[in-house]
Design a protein around this ligand. Structure first.
Ligand code: SF4
Length: 344
Protein backbone atom coordinates (compact mmCIF):
# COMPACT_ATOMS: atom_id res chain seq x y z
CA UNK A 1 0.00 0.00 0.00
CA UNK A 2 1.46 3.40 -0.98
CA UNK A 3 1.76 6.25 1.51
CA UNK A 4 -1.06 8.06 -0.30
CA UNK A 5 -3.29 4.99 -0.12
CA UNK A 6 -2.39 4.48 3.55
CA UNK A 7 -3.29 8.09 4.31
CA UNK A 8 -6.70 7.62 2.65
CA UNK A 9 -7.60 4.57 4.74
CA UNK A 10 -10.19 5.47 7.41
CA UNK A 11 -9.24 4.76 11.00
CA UNK A 12 -11.08 3.42 14.01
CA UNK A 13 -9.87 2.87 17.55
CA UNK A 14 -10.50 -0.08 19.84
CA UNK A 15 -12.32 2.32 22.15
CA UNK A 16 -14.54 3.20 19.19
CA UNK A 17 -15.19 -0.50 18.59
CA UNK A 18 -16.24 -0.93 22.22
CA UNK A 19 -18.53 2.09 22.02
CA UNK A 20 -20.05 0.88 18.75
CA UNK A 21 -20.79 -2.50 20.27
CA UNK A 22 -22.69 -0.82 23.11
CA UNK A 23 -24.66 1.43 20.78
CA UNK A 24 -23.91 2.61 17.24
CA UNK A 25 -25.55 5.98 17.94
CA UNK A 26 -23.28 6.44 20.93
CA UNK A 27 -20.35 5.74 18.60
CA UNK A 28 -21.64 8.44 16.24
CA UNK A 29 -21.80 11.01 19.05
CA UNK A 30 -18.48 10.08 20.63
CA UNK A 31 -16.28 9.23 17.66
CA UNK A 32 -17.82 10.78 14.54
CA UNK A 33 -18.96 14.07 16.08
CA UNK A 34 -16.27 13.76 18.80
CA UNK A 35 -18.59 14.69 21.66
CA UNK A 36 -16.41 12.70 24.05
CA UNK A 37 -17.15 12.40 27.76
CA UNK A 38 -14.82 13.51 30.48
CA UNK A 39 -12.08 11.22 31.80
CA UNK A 40 -12.88 10.01 35.29
CA UNK A 41 -10.69 10.63 38.33
CA UNK A 42 -9.88 6.92 38.42
CA UNK A 43 -8.57 7.14 34.86
CA UNK A 44 -6.29 10.03 35.89
CA UNK A 45 -4.78 7.98 38.71
CA UNK A 46 -4.27 5.00 36.41
CA UNK A 47 -2.43 7.33 34.03
CA UNK A 48 -0.11 8.44 36.85
CA UNK A 49 0.73 4.88 37.75
CA UNK A 50 1.02 3.81 34.12
CA UNK A 51 3.57 6.56 33.50
CA UNK A 52 5.56 5.79 36.65
CA UNK A 53 5.73 2.06 35.92
CA UNK A 54 6.70 2.58 32.28
CA UNK A 55 9.43 5.01 33.32
CA UNK A 56 10.74 2.41 35.78
CA UNK A 57 10.71 -0.33 33.13
CA UNK A 58 12.51 1.95 30.70
CA UNK A 59 15.25 3.17 33.01
CA UNK A 60 15.73 0.68 35.85
CA UNK A 61 17.58 -2.63 35.97
CA UNK A 62 15.47 -5.77 36.17
CA UNK A 63 15.69 -6.12 39.92
CA UNK A 64 13.14 -5.40 42.60
CA UNK A 65 14.98 -2.61 44.40
CA UNK A 66 15.76 -0.62 41.27
CA UNK A 67 12.25 -0.97 39.84
CA UNK A 68 10.55 -0.06 43.10
CA UNK A 69 12.86 2.88 43.65
CA UNK A 70 12.40 4.44 40.21
CA UNK A 71 8.64 3.77 40.23
CA UNK A 72 8.29 5.36 43.70
CA UNK A 73 10.35 8.41 42.73
CA UNK A 74 8.37 8.98 39.53
CA UNK A 75 5.06 8.40 41.27
CA UNK A 76 6.03 10.90 43.96
CA UNK A 77 6.92 13.55 41.38
CA UNK A 78 3.75 12.97 39.35
CA UNK A 79 1.59 12.91 42.48
CA UNK A 80 2.99 16.26 43.61
CA UNK A 81 1.57 17.79 40.43
CA UNK A 82 -1.69 15.81 40.58
CA UNK A 83 -4.60 18.22 40.87
CA UNK A 84 -7.53 16.39 42.47
CA UNK A 85 -9.91 17.52 45.20
CA UNK A 86 -9.92 15.26 48.26
CA UNK A 87 -12.06 15.48 51.40
CA UNK A 88 -8.96 15.75 53.57
CA UNK A 89 -5.20 15.45 53.68
CA UNK A 90 -5.74 11.98 55.16
CA UNK A 91 -7.68 10.85 52.11
CA UNK A 92 -5.05 12.27 49.77
CA UNK A 93 -2.33 10.41 51.70
CA UNK A 94 -4.39 7.22 51.62
CA UNK A 95 -4.94 7.38 47.85
CA UNK A 96 -1.21 7.85 47.32
CA UNK A 97 -0.52 4.80 49.51
CA UNK A 98 -2.93 2.74 47.42
CA UNK A 99 -1.00 3.74 44.30
CA UNK A 100 2.33 2.92 45.96
CA UNK A 101 0.98 -0.46 47.10
CA UNK A 102 -0.26 -1.18 43.58
CA UNK A 103 3.16 -0.33 42.12
CA UNK A 104 4.84 -2.65 44.65
CA UNK A 105 2.35 -5.43 43.87
CA UNK A 106 3.08 -5.01 40.16
CA UNK A 107 6.85 -5.30 40.69
CA UNK A 108 6.33 -8.34 42.89
CA UNK A 109 3.90 -10.11 40.53
CA UNK A 110 5.44 -9.57 37.09
CA UNK A 111 7.53 -6.39 37.03
CA UNK A 112 10.91 -8.04 37.48
CA UNK A 113 10.23 -10.75 34.88
CA UNK A 114 8.80 -8.26 32.42
CA UNK A 115 11.75 -5.88 32.84
CA UNK A 116 14.12 -8.80 32.16
CA UNK A 117 12.04 -9.71 29.08
CA UNK A 118 12.30 -6.14 27.80
CA UNK A 119 16.08 -6.20 28.24
CA UNK A 120 16.31 -9.43 26.22
CA UNK A 121 14.13 -8.03 23.44
CA UNK A 122 16.10 -4.78 23.31
CA UNK A 123 19.30 -6.75 22.84
CA UNK A 124 17.75 -8.53 19.88
CA UNK A 125 15.49 -5.90 18.30
CA UNK A 126 16.54 -3.75 15.36
CA UNK A 127 15.88 -0.48 17.22
CA UNK A 128 12.38 0.72 18.00
CA UNK A 129 10.63 1.57 21.24
CA UNK A 130 9.30 -1.25 23.42
CA UNK A 131 8.06 0.79 26.38
CA UNK A 132 5.33 3.44 26.31
CA UNK A 133 3.02 4.43 27.90
CA UNK A 134 0.61 4.20 25.01
CA UNK A 135 2.81 2.37 22.52
CA UNK A 136 0.74 2.55 19.32
CA UNK A 137 -0.19 -0.59 17.41
CA UNK A 138 -2.52 -0.96 14.47
CA UNK A 139 -4.17 -3.54 12.29
CA UNK A 140 -5.30 -2.84 8.74
CA UNK A 141 -8.03 -5.09 7.43
CA UNK A 142 -10.35 -5.36 4.47
CA UNK A 143 -13.90 -4.14 4.93
CA UNK A 144 -16.46 -6.91 4.61
CA UNK A 145 -18.43 -4.75 2.12
CA UNK A 146 -16.06 -2.37 0.37
CA UNK A 147 -17.58 1.07 0.16
CA UNK A 148 -17.27 3.36 -2.85
CA UNK A 149 -14.38 5.24 -1.30
CA UNK A 150 -12.32 2.60 0.45
CA UNK A 151 -11.96 -1.13 0.83
CA UNK A 152 -9.81 -1.12 3.97
CA UNK A 153 -9.80 0.28 7.48
CA UNK A 154 -7.02 0.78 10.00
CA UNK A 155 -7.83 0.03 13.63
CA UNK A 156 -5.60 1.62 16.24
CA UNK A 157 -4.82 0.16 19.64
CA UNK A 158 -2.14 0.70 22.25
CA UNK A 159 -0.17 -1.31 24.74
CA UNK A 160 1.97 0.15 27.49
CA UNK A 161 4.98 -2.03 26.82
CA UNK A 162 6.12 -5.11 24.98
CA UNK A 163 8.15 -7.80 26.69
CA UNK A 164 9.53 -11.21 25.83
CA UNK A 165 8.46 -14.42 27.52
CA UNK A 166 10.22 -17.49 26.14
CA UNK A 167 9.18 -17.75 22.50
CA UNK A 168 6.39 -15.19 22.87
CA UNK A 169 6.17 -11.46 22.33
CA UNK A 170 3.81 -10.11 25.00
CA UNK A 171 1.94 -6.81 24.73
CA UNK A 172 0.88 -5.45 28.13
CA UNK A 173 -1.82 -2.87 28.71
CA UNK A 174 -2.49 -1.25 32.09
CA UNK A 175 -6.26 -0.86 32.55
CA UNK A 176 -8.33 0.54 35.44
CA UNK A 177 -10.04 -2.79 36.11
CA UNK A 178 -10.53 -6.18 34.49
CA UNK A 179 -14.14 -6.40 35.70
CA UNK A 180 -15.57 -5.60 32.22
CA UNK A 181 -13.88 -8.74 30.85
CA UNK A 182 -16.50 -10.87 32.65
CA UNK A 183 -16.15 -14.51 31.65
CA UNK A 184 -12.81 -13.89 29.95
CA UNK A 185 -11.16 -13.47 33.37
CA UNK A 186 -11.82 -17.11 34.17
CA UNK A 187 -11.48 -18.92 30.85
CA UNK A 188 -8.42 -20.00 28.92
CA UNK A 189 -10.21 -21.64 25.99
CA UNK A 190 -12.19 -20.18 23.13
CA UNK A 191 -14.16 -23.35 22.60
CA UNK A 192 -17.19 -23.54 24.88
CA UNK A 193 -18.74 -20.62 26.68
CA UNK A 194 -16.40 -17.92 25.33
CA UNK A 195 -17.35 -18.87 21.77
CA UNK A 196 -21.02 -18.98 22.81
CA UNK A 197 -20.83 -15.56 24.49
CA UNK A 198 -19.29 -14.08 21.36
CA UNK A 199 -21.65 -15.58 18.80
CA UNK A 200 -24.74 -15.02 20.95
CA UNK A 201 -24.01 -11.30 21.19
CA UNK A 202 -24.37 -11.00 17.41
CA UNK A 203 -27.28 -13.44 17.07
CA UNK A 204 -30.46 -11.49 16.26
CA UNK A 205 -32.49 -14.32 17.80
CA UNK A 206 -30.65 -14.05 21.13
CA UNK A 207 -31.25 -11.57 23.94
CA UNK A 208 -27.58 -11.82 24.95
CA UNK A 209 -25.80 -8.45 25.08
CA UNK A 210 -22.16 -8.49 26.21
CA UNK A 211 -20.39 -5.59 24.52
CA UNK A 212 -17.53 -5.38 27.03
CA UNK A 213 -16.11 -8.93 26.77
CA UNK A 214 -16.97 -9.06 23.07
CA UNK A 215 -15.10 -5.77 22.64
CA UNK A 216 -12.14 -7.23 24.52
CA UNK A 217 -12.00 -10.12 22.06
CA UNK A 218 -12.06 -7.70 19.12
CA UNK A 219 -9.36 -5.63 20.85
CA UNK A 220 -7.28 -8.78 21.33
CA UNK A 221 -7.49 -9.49 17.59
CA UNK A 222 -6.29 -5.94 16.81
CA UNK A 223 -3.49 -5.97 19.38
CA UNK A 224 -2.15 -9.38 18.34
CA UNK A 225 -2.11 -8.31 14.68
CA UNK A 226 -0.39 -5.06 15.67
CA UNK A 227 2.19 -7.02 17.67
CA UNK A 228 2.88 -9.26 14.68
CA UNK A 229 3.57 -6.14 12.63
CA UNK A 230 5.87 -4.74 15.34
CA UNK A 231 7.65 -8.10 15.63
CA UNK A 232 8.33 -8.17 11.91
CA UNK A 233 9.49 -4.52 11.78
CA UNK A 234 11.91 -5.09 14.65
CA UNK A 235 13.23 -8.37 13.28
CA UNK A 236 12.12 -10.37 16.30
CA UNK A 237 11.80 -13.68 14.49
CA UNK A 238 8.71 -15.83 14.45
CA UNK A 239 7.62 -15.36 18.03
CA UNK A 240 3.94 -15.93 18.70
CA UNK A 241 2.20 -12.89 20.18
CA UNK A 242 0.18 -12.58 23.36
CA UNK A 243 -1.92 -9.85 24.97
CA UNK A 244 -2.10 -9.23 28.72
CA UNK A 245 -4.11 -6.70 30.74
CA UNK A 246 -3.06 -5.58 34.22
CA UNK A 247 -5.58 -3.65 36.38
CA UNK A 248 -4.26 -0.68 38.34
CA UNK A 249 -7.42 0.67 39.98
CA UNK A 250 -9.22 -2.49 41.01
CA UNK A 251 -9.83 -2.13 44.73
CA UNK A 252 -11.16 -5.68 45.19
CA UNK A 253 -7.65 -6.96 46.01
CA UNK A 254 -6.80 -4.06 48.34
CA UNK A 255 -6.65 -4.49 52.12
CA UNK A 256 -6.24 -1.52 54.46
CA UNK A 257 -4.94 -1.82 58.00
CA UNK A 258 -6.12 1.45 59.51
CA UNK A 259 -4.36 0.76 62.82
CA UNK A 260 -0.93 0.37 61.22
CA UNK A 261 -1.87 2.85 58.47
CA UNK A 262 -0.84 0.24 55.94
CA UNK A 263 -2.17 -0.75 52.50
CA UNK A 264 -1.61 -4.05 50.71
CA UNK A 265 -2.94 -5.08 47.35
CA UNK A 266 -2.71 -7.88 44.83
CA UNK A 267 -3.22 -7.78 41.08
CA UNK A 268 -5.41 -10.03 38.94
CA UNK A 269 -3.44 -10.26 35.70
CA UNK A 270 -5.40 -11.52 32.71
CA UNK A 271 -3.86 -13.03 29.59
CA UNK A 272 -6.54 -12.68 26.92
CA UNK A 273 -4.73 -14.74 24.30
CA UNK A 274 -5.92 -18.27 25.03
CA UNK A 275 -9.55 -17.24 25.34
CA UNK A 276 -9.31 -15.66 21.90
CA UNK A 277 -7.33 -18.21 19.88
CA UNK A 278 -9.33 -20.98 18.24
CA UNK A 279 -7.43 -24.18 17.62
CA UNK A 280 -8.71 -24.61 14.07
CA UNK A 281 -7.43 -21.21 12.89
CA UNK A 282 -4.19 -21.68 14.85
CA UNK A 283 -3.68 -25.03 13.12
CA UNK A 284 -4.19 -23.41 9.71
CA UNK A 285 -2.03 -20.32 10.29
CA UNK A 286 0.33 -21.23 13.17
CA UNK A 287 -0.48 -17.78 14.50
CA UNK A 288 -2.66 -16.67 17.38
CA UNK A 289 -5.79 -15.90 15.37
CA UNK A 290 -9.50 -16.63 15.45
CA UNK A 291 -11.40 -16.66 12.15
CA UNK A 292 -14.78 -16.08 13.79
CA UNK A 293 -13.59 -13.02 15.73
CA UNK A 294 -11.54 -11.66 12.82
CA UNK A 295 -14.49 -11.93 10.40
CA UNK A 296 -16.79 -10.22 12.89
CA UNK A 297 -14.18 -7.52 13.47
CA UNK A 298 -14.28 -6.72 9.74
CA UNK A 299 -18.11 -6.61 9.82
CA UNK A 300 -18.24 -4.33 12.88
CA UNK A 301 -15.59 -2.05 11.37
CA UNK A 302 -17.55 -1.87 8.12
CA UNK A 303 -20.70 -0.79 9.98
CA UNK A 304 -18.81 1.89 11.92
CA UNK A 305 -17.06 3.26 8.84
CA UNK A 306 -20.21 3.43 6.75
CA UNK A 307 -23.02 4.23 9.23
CA UNK A 308 -25.94 4.97 9.52
CA UNK A 309 -25.48 4.18 13.28
CA UNK A 310 -29.11 3.17 13.69
CA UNK A 311 -29.62 1.46 17.10
CA UNK A 312 -33.15 0.17 16.45
CA UNK A 313 -32.08 -3.37 15.44
CA UNK A 314 -30.79 -3.95 19.03
CA UNK A 315 -33.08 -1.44 20.71
CA UNK A 316 -34.40 -3.58 23.57
CA UNK A 317 -30.88 -4.48 24.75
CA UNK A 318 -29.49 -0.98 24.16
CA UNK A 319 -32.36 0.64 26.03
CA UNK A 320 -31.87 -1.70 29.00
CA UNK A 321 -28.08 -1.77 29.17
CA UNK A 322 -26.57 1.22 27.34
CA UNK A 323 -29.01 4.13 27.68
CA UNK A 324 -29.06 4.21 31.52
CA UNK A 325 -25.38 5.19 31.67
CA UNK A 326 -25.18 7.10 28.39
CA UNK A 327 -23.89 10.67 28.40
CA UNK A 328 -25.81 11.57 25.24
CA UNK A 329 -29.43 11.03 26.28
CA UNK A 330 -30.24 14.76 26.07
CA UNK A 331 -29.22 14.95 22.42
CA UNK A 332 -30.15 11.46 21.25
CA UNK A 333 -33.12 11.46 18.88
CA UNK A 334 -33.67 7.73 19.31
CA UNK A 335 -33.82 7.97 23.10
CA UNK A 336 -35.96 11.10 23.11
CA UNK A 337 -38.39 9.60 20.59
CA UNK A 338 -38.87 6.55 22.82
CA UNK A 339 -39.31 8.69 25.92
CA UNK A 340 -41.91 10.89 24.19
CA UNK A 341 -43.68 7.85 22.77
CA UNK A 342 -43.83 6.28 26.23
CA UNK A 343 -45.17 9.48 27.84
CA UNK A 344 -47.79 9.86 25.12
S1 SF4 B 1 -29.16 7.42 24.68
FE1 SF4 B 1 -29.25 5.21 24.22
S2 SF4 B 1 -29.70 5.09 22.03
FE2 SF4 B 1 -29.00 7.18 22.44
S3 SF4 B 1 -26.80 7.14 22.07
FE3 SF4 B 1 -27.07 6.74 24.22
S4 SF4 B 1 -27.12 4.51 24.39
FE4 SF4 B 1 -27.48 5.01 22.26
Amino acid sequence: MSDADAAAVPTLSVEGLRTGLRCPRQYEFAHVHELEGEATVGDDRVDLLRTALCDALRSADADREALESVAADRLGALWADHDERFHSATQRRHERRVLEATAAAYVEAVGIDHAAGIERLEAEAAGGELVGPGLPLSSTLELSEPSLETDAVRIDAAVDYVTGDGSSLVGVRFVPTVAPLGLLRYRSDWEGDVAALFTDHFDPESAAFDPAPVGALLETAVVLDGLRGLRDRLGLGDRTCRYVQIPLADRSGTAVNWVRDDVETSLEIVDLTDGYVDHHTFGMTHEHRNETVDDRLAAVATELVSGPYDPTARWAAIEDHACPTCEYTVCCQDYIAREVGFDG
